[in-house]
Design a protein around this ligand. Structure first.
Ligand SMILES: Nc1ncnc2c1ncn2[C@@H]1O[C@H](COP(=O)(O)OP(=O)(O)O)[C@@H](O)[C@H]1O
Ligand SMILES: [Mg+2]
Length: 253
């Protein structure tokens, strides 16, 4: 019997570094846990983790869902349960990369409401969690996926913010809701792109433990300009050091 998977999700306001840190966490896990099965999930319809990880995405989860739903509707499948059917197709959407697997939720066509895909994603995470040792989820900005229990299997919740009041208020709200809906074993805050380290102690994190403080990272900025992957960035990068600190403080490595 395999032990329970470690499911790490990153959540917070838009633009605070969730995707960069997710990629850095994936890379760190491949380095620290080379023999384990690692899955990276881009759960943000805005997409980005594939770029940070240097992956070209094939079929997305939403495309699999649509294809399976269409087959069931056309009577091509005997199966009543779309999810059961999807199990067979799910691995079409998973790309195997340098030491990890990758799955993207995609951009659901129906604008406005991601309900269907989020429900699907929740079930998929439950399904896949058993088949991997580590799952890293780059979440959508804001609280929707926490509210919709997409994150219910999450064991480690990483709340990412900059030093702004707004960013910190958002992670406090996410933490409050996740305390009721997520049941993570551990959660904590990462303050990213910190311009004023001396002022970190002034930030009221509402009692949530601080996992790491990451200052502006020149290596990441350079990476951005060149459009290269976090996998190819110098290991001296501040975000990579931050990722190691986060995983260490969460007791994952
Ligand atoms: N510590 C940092 N130093 C410099 N640039 C950063 C840092 N963290 C993130 N960035 C940059 O900020 C932008 C937004 O980061 P991203 O990871 O995409 O945020 P999110 O996924 O939360 O929207 C990206 O261009 C990223 O490279
Ligand atoms: Mg992002």
């Amino acid at each position: 019997m395999s032990e329970k998977a470690t499911v790490i999700a990153l959540s917070g306001k838009g633009g605070v570094g969730k995707t960069s840190l997710s990629a850095a966490i994936v890379r760190t896990l491949t380095e620290e846990k080379p023999d384990s099965r690692i899955l990276a999930i881009d759960a943000d319809p805005a997409v980005g983790l594939s770029v940070a990880l240097g992956i070209s995405v094939g079929e997305t989860l939403d495309e699999v869902r649509q294809r399976v739903a269409a087959e069931v509707e056309n009577g091509m499948s005997e199966t009543q349960d779309i999810l059961a059917e999807a199990k067979y197709h799910l691995f079409d959407a998973i790309t195997e990369e340098r030491g990890f697997a990758f799955l993207a939720i995609g951009r659901p066509e129906a604008a406005g409401c991601y309900c269907a895909i989020n429900t699907y994603l929740r079930q998929v995470i439950s399904l896949l969690a058993d088949q991997f040792d580590y799952v890293v989820i780059d979440g959508e900005a804001g609280i929707e996926q926490i509210n919709r229990r997409v994150m219910e299997k999450v064991t480690h919740l990483v709340l990412v913010s900059d030093q702004s009041r707004k960013g910190i208020e958002i992670i406090k709200t996410i933490n409050k809701v996740s305390n009721e809906l997520v049941m993570a074993d551990k959660s904590g805050v990462v303050l990213n792109r910190v311009m004023h380290p001396d002022l970190v102690k002034e930030s009221d994190l509402g009692g949530i433990p601080l996992l790491a403080v990451i200052e502006p990272d020149e290596a990441l900025a350079l990476n951005d300009i060149e459009g290269t992957s976090v996998l190819d960035m110098t290991s001296e990068s501040k975000v990579l050091k931050g990722a190691r600190e986060v995983l260490g403080n969460l007791g994952v490595i």
